[in-house]
Ligand binder design. Structure first.
Ligand code: SAM
Length: 436
């Protein structure tokens, strides 16, 4: 598809040139890679039809412009002004040699589109452009930390367009999609944001809206407003430098992967070393902690065996659901795990679909304040501008911009008084610079 449009444009700029010259230019400047030999042949044929009159006038055959090959294995040359791609995506098991070759952009699991982005940089001339249609998950995910670092150093984004497509226009609606343009050799500055509302395969409304800067540490998530109305909020957030670590907390996932411990699940309390098992449904949508096990295979108790001490959580913490979709009213659903409950049972077991926000040193802010802040509308919106997938990761929670501790006096007071949620929400908005 992209090759066709590119060929048409090249042809148009050479409309006054001799057909043989125009054809030779297009043939030597345009190149596509495709793994599937049928798709490659189809594209070459489409190009041949498109350029057939030029070939006839020139008395030449049409050059080969589509290579049936594995893009990851083609030896790159820095020769293109523009590399365009709609790369494949999904986890990929790279060979040891590939992991070594693409090591500069890898962190843990490799995703095809991330590796393809690295490849694009290798084919682009200095000052050339890369224009890629990809999932937006690399803006925040920890697995893309090295790729963000590479892009910030070598080819920072100059424009990011978020694609809002109606159901049916793109195959995978769960994946947030973006079009990004990177310029190689540019020093990182601000990227222009657009929103593309795609109603069918031929039409899109484009809204231009503000710019975003990369964080000082580019491996950290890149926040970008997903909606024009979040633009002002995100530019204020760019100046907020506190993180959970500054409040004395770190985040980890609940340690229990239940199906590896099936024989230790219990329906009832009682007996030695039996503790409450906390599942994601214990964190209610309204931010309360409700001890319950309602879903299939979920049991409310767990028996610790010898060597399982690492599963026991004995200190107060904030629990945050790990899987939430953007269609849900809140992406961040948090509750304080009440200290009395933990004490009463001598500790609890937290299942893996929850994140645990735990004090690492003496906590500088009570857990209840963290839970209230995470459950507020404004922090939910900030999180949505960070994360485009369904996972709420420990890495992203630790990267959430927070107010300075010195500003929390009113919020602490309201939470301690169990004030109305609307009042707490209002105070959280104020802390993020919103006029209330
Ligand atoms: C999202 S589709 C885009 C198709 C086409 N480029 C377009 O924009 O209409 C991704 C394409 O990448 C191809 N592909 C997957 N792995 C590849 C690889 N290692 N090398 C080259 N092409 C690959 C797939 O066959 C598929 O056609």
């Amino acid at each position: 598809m992209f090759l066709m449009d590119a060929a048409l444009r090249m042809r148009e700029t050479m409309r006054n040139s001799a057909p043989a010259f125009a054809l030779a230019q297009i043939g030597s400047r345009l190149l596509g890679f495709e793994l599937d030999p049928y798709a490659a042949a189809l594209t070459q044929t489409a190009l041949e039809i498109l350029l057939s009159d030029l070939a006839e006038a020139a008395g030449r055959s049409i050059p080969k412009m589509v290579r049936a090959c594995d893009t990851l294995e083609e030896p790159p040359e820095e020769i293109f002004d523009l590399v365009i791609g709609n790369p494949p995506y999904g986890r990929v098991a790279l060979t040891a040699e590939q992991r070594n070759r693409y090591g500069r952009s890898l962190y843990g699991h490799a995703n095809l589109y991330g590796v393809f982005t690295d490849v694009a940089l290798r084919w682009t001339k200095p000052k050339g452009l890369v224009a890629y249609l990809t999932p937006a998950s690399f803006l925040a995910g920890q697995y893309y930390a090295a790729l963000r670092g590479l892009l910030a150093r070598e080819a920072p984004p100059v424009a990011i367009d978020f694609v809002h497509a109606r159901r049916g226009v793109f195959e995978d609606v769960l994946q947030e999609t973006m079009l990004a343009v990177y310029r190689k050799g540019e020093s990182a500055s601000r990227a222009q944001i657009h929103y593309l509302h795609v109603s069918n395969e031929r039409e899109a409304d484009i809204i231009r809206n503000g710019t975003v800067g990369l964080p000082a540490e580019p491996k950290a998530p890149w926040l970008a407003p997903r909606d024009p109305q979040h633009s002002a909020l995100i530019s204020r957030v760019e100046g907020m430098n506190s993180r959970l670590a500054d409040w004395g907390y770190s985040v980890s996932t609940g340690p229990l992967v239940w199906n590896r411990f099936k024989s230790q699940l219990r329906d009832k309390a009682g007996g030695k070393n039996v503790h409450p098992l906390i599942w994601a449904e214990s964190v209610a949508a309204d931010g309360r902690f409700v001890f319950r096990a309602q879903k299939r295979n979920h049991t409310p108790y767990f028996k610790l065996e010898r060597g399982d001490a690492w599963l026991l959580v004995e200190e107060p913490c904030v629990l945050v659901q790990r899987t939430t979709a953007k269609e849900q009213a809140r992406r961040l659903i948090a509750a304080e795990l009440p200290h009395e409950f933990v004490q009463e049972h001598g500790g609890v077991i937290v299942e893996n679909h929850l994140n645990m926000v735990r004090a690492t040193v003496e906590a500088k802010v009570p857990p209840s304040v963290i839970a209230a802040l995470f459950n507020s509308r404004v922090v939910d919106e900030v999180f949505r501008c960070m994360n485009g997938s369904v996972a709420v990761s420990a890495f992203e929670l630790e990267a959430l911009p927070l107010p300075d501790i010195a500003q929390l006096k009113t919020l602490k007071r309201l939470v301690a008084q169990s004030a109305d949620r609307a009042l707490i929400d209002e105070e959280c908005s104020r802390l993020y610079g919103e006029a209330v």
